[in-house]
Design a protein around this ligand. Structure first.
Ligand code: ADP
Ligand code: TRP
Length: 331
């Protein structure tokens, strides 16, 4: 029997190359050897996205991104988190086995508190219970569908470790293997994708490159990648260059070596390097881009796929909740 790979993406904005390289591409590669459970984590996004129209648009964008990049909804599971009520029931049950201290240590909450304190504000200013309890919902996401592995970016490793810990505690407490103990999978080569300014690419830093941009918009965006002020003739160091860092994540090893040689030889300006990056991006993402915009213009197709995914996923989530309720004695 195949093992299960599970991951979720929050609909918090337009998916970017950091999401693609750090989460979506590795997850899709795993679908060759694993059963997949990939979903849209809309109730996780609710901790920050609190505008209905915006949420709906973001959900369609994330769904269209997965589908355009090759996720096959016939294989495995593909659904919207909020369509599976059993996840919320499990989230509560698991929260009763989760030490409060875990939540205090959860990095998103801890970072927020540290920032508040640095600004001389109340430590819990603007912290809603959704943000505080975020890892509990994530535990339910992961344990519901018996994930063996969870491909995520480095920043999510701690959350997956919480899920591991809770699965082990729960199983031990009841003396049976109710939950599969999951493992995070982090691809080292893509653990931190740099954004336009060289910091981690993130919506919150306003330094993202969208996965799907029309050629002209893409050119404009790539023009904003920060480089140093070396002139065209000067030999350049590829490894410290943000353009090159992105390039090598899309190029073949031969292309990468060839461009590195051009950097070192001198005579190549930043505009040339950015044009090379544009070429590989167009080559690899161009066909998916058409599908993406088609889906966004035909959201009824997305609705259908998600409705199908919901039905398929709920067969499994209901089964799992029956086992959990029996274990807890709540039926
Ligand atoms: P953002 O920081 O833009 O809000 P998310 O937190 O929604 O992005 O990330 C969604 C997924 O993409 C997660 O698995 C996360 O680890 C991964 N990811 C996001 N940004 C990057 C990045 N710059 N490098 C590698 N992975 C990333
Ligand atoms: N918290 C993840 C993020 O911020 C999204 C997510 C929600 C997730 N549930 C998950 C990822 C379960 C993996 C497994 O990116």
């Amino acid at each position: 029997m195949k093992k299960t790979s599970l991951t979720g993406i929050k609909p918090t904005g337009t998916p970017h190359l950091g999401n693609y390289l750090g989460a979506i591409r590795p997850a899709l590669e795993l679908s060759k050897n694993y059963d997949t459970v990939y979903f849209i984590a809309d109730y996780h996004a609710l901790t920050t996205v609190q505008n209905g129209a915006q949420m709906r648009e973001n959900i369609y964008k994330v769904a269209a991104t997965w589908l355009a990049l090759g996720l096959n909804p016939e294989e495995g599971l593909f659904y919207k988190q909020s369509d599976i009520p059993e996840i919320f029931e499990l989230s509560w049950a698991l929260s009763c086995f989760t030490p409060k201290g875990f939540m205090n240590r959860a990095h998103a909450y801890k970072d927020k508190v540290a920032k508040n304190m640095a600004n001389g504000e109340d430590p819990d200013a603007n912290v809603n219970m959704g943000l505080y309890g975020y890892p509990c919902l994530m535990n339910a996401d992961i344990l519901m569908f018996k994930a063996d592995i969870v491909p995520v970016g480095k920043d999510q490793k701690q959350h997956v470790e919480f899920a591991r810990d809770i699965a082990i505690r729960f199983n031990k407490h009841f003396g049976k293997e109710v939950f599969t103990v999951p493992e995070p999978v982090i691809q080292e080569s893509t653990d931190v994708i740099p954004g336009l300014d060289g910091r981690k690419m993130s919506k919150s830093y306003d330094n993202i490159i969208d996965i799907f941009l029309e050629s002209k918009a893409l050119k404009k965006k790539l023009g904003k990648i920060v480089t140093n002020s070396q002139g065209i003739e000067e030999p350049k160091d590829p490894d410290s260059c943000n353009v090159f860092k992105l390039y090598k994540l899309f190029a073949t090893p031969e292309q990468t070596d060839a461009l590195a040689a051009r950097y070192r030889a001198g005579g190549m300006g930043w505009g040339h390097a950015k044009a090379e990056l544009q070429n590989v991006l167009e080559e690899q993402l161009g066909p998916a881009r058409e599908k993406y915009f088609h889906l966004l213009n035909h959201t009824e197709e997305i609705d259908k796929i998600l409705a199908y995914g919901k039905e398929k996923a709920r067969i499994r989530s209901k089964e799992m909740m029956d086992i959990v309720r029996e274990t807890l004695g709540t039926f």
